[in-house]
Design a protein around this ligand. Structure first.
Ligand SMILES: [Zn+2]
Ligand SMILES: [Zn+2]
Length: 290
């Protein structure tokens, strides 16, 4: 299995001289299975450069798994060039949202309406199929199996685990460590604490021992208090998660839009002191072979 990062930025694309080394495109990860199938995790603006590289593989068959439908995870999709080319088969997977009563196709086709984009969805030439997933519904893609679990973010968000010939990776999507919304002594504090423990145990079991954990580390510990509840992790929360589940390596992504290359270099230096496992701040073009 090969993993390539095409977009590592969170919230909004961040081009410019201060982000040129880690990259300014929003979330997109390509996974190539051992038998050559193409799996894409999220369709942020990084999917546009990815689509240029996939033009060598026409006719293309690929599967796109969307963690959630915030802009920074879907806004590249109308610019994913293979959707315009006949003969390509593109399967798009994501959650059915029971609160909004919308499936992934409903939400994604909205951004192809004329007020947002000049080409109507009905005019796309590729064979595009939407598939709504329930939690933990497995999908077999060639030699790989993709499964999902709910994460903690303001909209329904899947984390995806991919297993392929004994190797495994997990991508959190956007995720904030669960915390108790009550104060000690409040009526519901203990009950909520127990709920958090149960949910954490389920998540830990789901991802225990993965070879690669890719996690949302948008904030520093200093920034986090002002952003609590926005649904993102910190460098420390990701490292704790990786240690807790015995991940063999941790890759950090969804960089805060204003975080410069030099700042990320400084954070990487601090992370190099962690002995439990290798921790790497992801950058555009980074490749991992498992
Ligand atoms: Zn995001
Ligand atoms: Zn989000």
């Amino acid at each position: 299995m090969k993993i390539r990062f095409w977009g590592v930025r969170g919230s909004i694309p961040s081009p410019g001289s201060k982000t040129v080394r880690y990259g300014g495109n929003t979330t997109c990860i390509e996974v190539e299975t051992d038998d050559g199938e193409t799996i894409i995790l999220d369709a942020g603006t990084g999917i546009h450069p990815l689509s240029q590289s996939l033009l060598k593989k026409l006719p293309l068959s690929c599967s796109i798994f969307i963690t959630h439908t915030h802009w920074d995870h879907i806004q590249g999709l109308p610019f994913f060039v293979p959707i315009f080319i006949p003969g390509n088969q593109i399967r798009i997977y994501g959650a059915f949202d029971p609160v909004l009563q919308k499936d992934i196709g409903d939400v994604l086709s909205r951004q192809m309406e004329y007020c947002y984009f000049p080409v109507r969805e009905a005019e796309l030439k590729a064979d595009i199929k939407y598939n709504s997933l329930h939690e933990r519904q497995p999908v077999e893609i060639g030699s790989a199996r993709v499964t999902n679990i709910f994460m903690n973010h303001p909209v329904l968000t899947f984390g995806y685990r991919i297993d392929c010939n004994g190797k495994s990776m997990f991508f959190t999507g956007d995720n904030e460590k669960l915390y108790n919304i009550y104060q000690p002594g409040d009526d519901y504090y203990t009950e909520y604490e127990n709920q958090i423990s149960r949910k954490n145990a389920l998540l830990d079991d789901f991802i225990r021992g993965v070879d690669v954990l890719i996690a949302d580390s948008a904030y520093t510990e200093q920034e986090y208090p002002a952003k609590k509840g926005w649904g993102h992790g910190t460098y420390n929360s990701c490292v704790d998660m990786a240690k807790n589940i015995g991940a063999k390596a941790l890759y950090l992504t969804h960089h805060e839009p204003l975080r410069s290359d030099d700042e990320l270099d400084g954070i990487q230096k601090q992370l190099n002191a962690i002995e439990a496992l290798p921790v790497c701040i992801a950058y555009e073009g980074l490749e991992i072979t498992l």
